[in-house]
Design a protein around this ligand. Structure first.
Ligand SMILES: Nc1ncnc2c1ncn2[C@@H]1O[C@H](COP(=O)(O)OP(=O)(O)O)[C@@H](O)[C@H]1O
Ligand SMILES: [Mg+2]
Length: 387
């Protein structure tokens, strides 16, 4: 039975890969990851020399995948990965860090040892008897004390001792949501600056907030880390990678088509993979430029409800501005031509609406231009005849 099972498993795995040569909305690894040698070398160099690093880049540009690939490729290094997305209180921060230690330490005894280093938080270790998986609980009140974060970071430095460990705080800008953010940041910085043997990597998708955290003299983290920017993947390497993925999924594709797909979504890696997956799905033997429209429609249909609800949140002026940026482009939204074409009364209204669209993260400002965070959203808006 067993050998058979193993063979079947192998076949199933191969089939699954055959079935879907593209991945999006998750961290990509192995054959789904297109190497980025320059960035990887830089980041690995910073980590090896014990530098703290801040990584800027819009969502879906590949920050998390890059960090993951780099640390996985560094022999003898371990990664403590803490996702800070939507943290709301200091208790959340503490729990996320402790739970990352649990994910990293495979042995219950090692995790238990780490918990013992948190006396103020009165941790309890829990083991699920049916699965053998271990978890933990922290004293809720104690965890909400900003000083708890010091104890947790001290614990990290003990966990790291004797080996190489890098701590990754992903989507770090969300720490600004804490009501006592300034205190917590100051306490964290106080600890981190004395942990010279642990490189910390802070990634963030909201540039303005990350700049505020690391480049503002009033911030506790001012100039505490080197900067790395993750933008689009080098075009030639990404195009070659994508052609290879199509081939592995049994589709012929030309370089021209792959580049047209990349153009359609402004080279954002996550969107490129999503559109490739849809293009792969609507074809059987080969993929041509004429299939891109159908692929965009597939994505629009899948995401339509979400986009619909995005629009419902907007005031009439905000919606006009959004449509204007989709149709005309986001370069000169205060010019008379733009305002007239978009049907907005004056520049002040456009400015105000732009602030809201940025807050909602429908668009972002880049070198004086407003750009869509999702080109699929733009395509969907343009396709709707009733707008
Ligand atoms: N190096 C890469 N090679 C191939 N696809 C990538 C790469 N980096 C990112 N992607 C695509 O982008 C998506 C989002 O990547 P992720 O690392 O989560 O981005 P971020 O952390 O910047 O939001 C992935 O699911 C994948 O589709
Ligand atoms: Mg990420």
């Amino acid at each position: 039975m067993k050998p058979n099972g193993m063979i079947q498993y192998g076949t199933m795995k191969r089939k699954l890969e055959d079935n879907n040569p593209f991945r999006y909305g998750c961290v990509v690894e192995d054959s789904f990851y297109c190497p980025r040698p320059l960035l990887e070398k830089q980041l690995a160099g910073f980590i090896r020399s014990g530098q703290n690093v801040v990584i800027h880049g819009e969502r879906r540009m590949g920050k998390t995948s890059l960090v993951n690939a780099v640390v996985r490729g560094m022999r003898g290094w371990r990664m403590l990965y803490v996702d800070m997305l939507h943290v709301q209180t200091v208790g959340d921060v503490c729990r996320r860090i402790v739970s990352s230690v649990r994910n990293m330490e495979r042995k219950a005894s090692l995790f238990e040892k780490a918990l013992k280093l948190l006396p103020r938080l009165r941790p309890v270790m829990k083991v699920d008897p049916s699965t053998g998986e271990f978890g933990f609980g922290l004293d809720a009140r104690a965890a909400e004390d900003p000083y708890a974060v010091e104890e947790v970071l001290d614990m990290l430095s003990k966990v790291a001792s004797g080996g190489h460990m890098v701590v990754v705080f992903d989507e770090f800008q969300d720490i600004c949501h804490l009501s006592d953010a300034q205190t917590v940041l100051a306490l964290m910085r106080g600890r981190i600056q004395f942990q010279g043997d642990i490189p910390y990597v802070f990634t963030g998708s909201v540039r303005s907030k990350m700049v505020d955290l690391f480049d503002n003299p009033d911030s506790a983290f001012y100039k505490s880390a080197l900067t790395l920017c993750v933008g689009e993947i080098d075009r030639d390497s990404f195009a070659k990678f994508l052609r290879g993925r199509f081939e592995s999924g049994h589709r012929r594709v030309s370089d021209e088509t792959v580049r047209a797909i990349m153009d359609a979504v402004a080279d954002v890696p996550g969107d490129v993979q999503q559109l490739c997956e849809a293009a792969w799905g609507v074809t059987a033997v080969s993929v041509g430029t004429e299939d891109i429209e159908a692929a965009l429609q597939v994505v629009s249909m899948r995401e339509g409800d979400k986009f619909e609800s995005f629009c419902e949140r907007l005031s009439p002026v905000q919606f006009k501005l959004l449509m204007g940026i989709a149709r005309i482009g986001g370069r000169e939204i205060q010019s008379r031509t733009f305002l007239d074409e978009a049907g907005i009364a004056n520049a002040a209204s456009a400015r105000k609406a732009a602030i809201r669209l940025c807050e909602l993260r429908y668009v972002y400002s880049f070198r004086g231009e407003y750009r869509f965070s999702s080109m699929f959203f733009r395509a969907w808006l343009l396709r709707r005849r009733d707008f």
